[in-house]
Design a protein around this ligand. Structure first.
Ligand SMILES: C[S@@+](CC[C@H](N)C(=O)[O-])C[C@H]1O[C@@H](n2cnc3c(N)ncnc32)[C@H](O)[C@@H]1O
Length: 232
């Protein structure tokens, strides 16, 4: 068994606040590093992801750390049919919105998972950055080459990955863009109250080669945002 230390980014940890004794579900949890970080801070945690391979690692990490975490394999769009628990906190961060084909269904799913009086916290890339994406899929740091209001789904044939510049994924890949207005409105329409919407001039990691982002570089435009919405 090893103990581990929470790996959450400082902004996220302070904006979510004290999680001791709370039930928390982490959406699109990947290999569960953030999920388990919340457990180290005292939450009773669950994680949901579509990828069995990611969840295998998440469960392995939890076992090594002797943490009682519940990792659930599901497409987020099917959670309302497949998950029947309710939670104090629903958490999602860092690379979420682009994988959602339907922002309204996502917001309804978040509300469905929350106990009355609970809250949702999201921290992700700011939609303003979409203007740097040209129609041919290339990214142009600090240049307005794309359309903030673009509605078509992005389709990629041999997509790369920021974790490994040499990796090519031989499957079709799809991504979606949502404007800030669409995101906020979806949570309002799902019956939630927006507690705050914060915008930040830093992106969350430097490893995303196409964006050529420097760690914690302060830009003159919003790079990330956070949103807290409560379930009444
Ligand atoms: C960029 S990662 C999230 C990383 C995570 N926030 C972290 O910091 O560890 C995106 C995750 O979303 C998952 N995912 C993508 N589409 C999904 C869907 N429709 N339903 C559930 N999970 C999905 C992927 O399997 C992947 O683990």
């Amino acid at each position: 068994m090893f103990k581990g230390t929470p790996l959450l980014n400082e902004v996220i940890q302070s904006e979510v606040g004290d999680v001791k004794g709370k039930s928390l579900v982490h959406l699109l949890c990947h290999i569960g590093t953030d999920t388990l970080s919340w457990a180290l801070l005292g939450a009773k945690v669950s994680g949901i992801d579509i990828s069995p391979e990611s969840l295998k690692y998440a469960r392995h990490l939890a076992e090594q750390m002797d943490i009682d975490a519940n990792f659930i394999e599901s497409d987020i769009m099917e959670v309302m049919e497949r998950v029947h628990e309710k939670y104090d906190i629903v958490f999602a961060s860092t690379g979420i919105l682009c994988w959602l084909p339907d922002i309204q269904r996502f917001a309804k799913t978040v509300r469905y998972l929350l106990k009355d009086g609970g809250f949702f916290y999201l921290h992700d890339g700011h939609p303003f950055r979409h203007v740097m994406n040209a129609e041919d899929g290339t990214t142009h740091p600090n240049q307005i080459v794309g359309n903030y209001f673009r509605k078509q789904v992005w389709q990629y044939d041999n997509m790369g990955d920021y974790t490994d510049p040499n990796l090519l994924i031989p499957e079709k890949s799809y991504e979606w863009d949502w404007t800030l207005g669409e995101i906020v409105t979806a949570f309002c329409e799902a019956g939630m109250r927006i507690e705050f919407l914060h915008e930040y001039p830093q992106y969350f990691y430097s490893g995303y080669t196409p964006y050529d982002v420097e760690d914690n570089k302060i830009e003159r435009y919003p790079c990330t945002f956070s949103l807290k919405a409560s379930a009444r």
